[in-house]
Design a protein around this ligand. Structure first.
Ligand code: CP
Length: 308
């Protein structure tokens, strides 16, 4: 059974196959109305459960639309409204859902919840974000980079800001897709070393550079994310803003990257905190292509999971 739990848990050749599938499905839609099904409807007769224990706009809508475009049906479930949020075990929830649906996508807090869901489900499980990783986002980001600039292998990606779950999936992707990755941010917000070491073990150059201006030299892609993630305490806001202010992606920082460097942000953004509106709406930015490509990448992931 093909669970899509993390980029480092999926074979590199299969990741490439997913990206190519996403590209082909996007091309095949060829401007048709968003609500119209694809010519091929490989999810016809399939029911997909979309479980959210955290808020979402892009993940919720893109998975829901993607399933419908492929001819399937969805049920969107809030973790708080399920017995899962009132003491039923993850294992029992997984066993029960497996009697009703063909595929489960879950956005949750703890990685362990995702792992247990996958261990006990008889149907594929997709990671729609945990506190540790966000693999669907990064698959869309790889697709987006390659649409604009060709193969990402051998390129330099720079992450500026908090070493969070989205960064962690970039580190997984660096190893699997073969690009170099630089983290620039304050030491207290460094990513877990294990993510960096795992990528290095796959032969890519992964560095930490405290000076954001030095970090972005030669960058093909500059990425940032919100300074306070969904799982961070609200009380941390002021401290984090003070720590991260020097890592804002603004026009001055982008000017030090390669002239044709792209800018990405997975959204939602706090405009003029982690990135200025001038950058977000400027010529380097591909943030809305990233958001669109969530749809296409996840359609390919679901087909891979189901083998259809
Ligand atoms: N980028 C992302 O996952 O967006 P949502 O939180 O809106 O799903």
């Amino acid at each position: 059974m093909n669970h899509f739990l993390d980029i480092n848990r999926t074979d590199a050749a299969e990741l490439r196959q997913i990206i190519e599938g996403a590209r082909a499905m996007k091309d095949a839609r060829n401007g048709r109305p968003r609500g119209m099904t694809d010519d091929e409807t490989p999810l016809a007769g399939h029911m997909v459960a979309l479980i959210f224990e955290k808020p979402s706009t892009r993940t919720r809508v893109s998975f829901d639309v993607g399933v419908r475009q492929m001819g399937g049906q969805t049920m969107v479930l809030s973790g708080a409204d399920m017995q899962l949020g009132h003491g039923e075990t993850i294992a029992d929830t997984a066993r029960v859902l497996s009697r009703y649906v063909d595929l489960i996508m879950i956005r949750t807090f703890e990685e362990q919840t995702l792992i247990e869901m996958a261990e006990h489900a008889d149907v594929p499980v997709i990671n729609g974000l945990t506190n540790r990783t966000h693999p669907c986002q990064i698959m869309a980001d790889i697709m987006t980079f390659e649409e604009h600039r060709g193969p990402i292998a051998g390129r330099k990606v720079v992450w500026s800001g908090d070493g969070n779950n989205v960064f962690n999936s970039f580190a997984h992707a660096a190893g699997q897709f073969g690009f170099d990755l630089t983290f620039t941010g304050p030491e207290p917000l460094d990513p877990e070393r294990g993510f960096l070491e795992e990528a290095r073990a796959k032969g890519v150059n992964v560095t930490i550079e405290r000076d954001p201006h030095k970090a972005v030299e030669g960058a093909d892609l500059v990425v940032t994310d919100t300074w306070v993630s969904m799982h961070d305490p609200v009380s941390a806001r002021e401290r984090r803003h003070n720590q991260l202010r020097g890592y804002q992606v603004n026009e001055d920082l982008m000017a030090r990257a390669k002239p044709d460097a792209l800018f990405m942000h997975c959204l939602p953004a706090h405009r003029d905190d982690e990135a200025t509106s001038a950058v977000m709406d400027g010529p380097h930015s591909v943030i809305f292509d990233e958001a669109e490509n969530r749809l296409h990448a996840q359609k390919a992931i679901m087909r891979w999971c189901l083998g259809v």
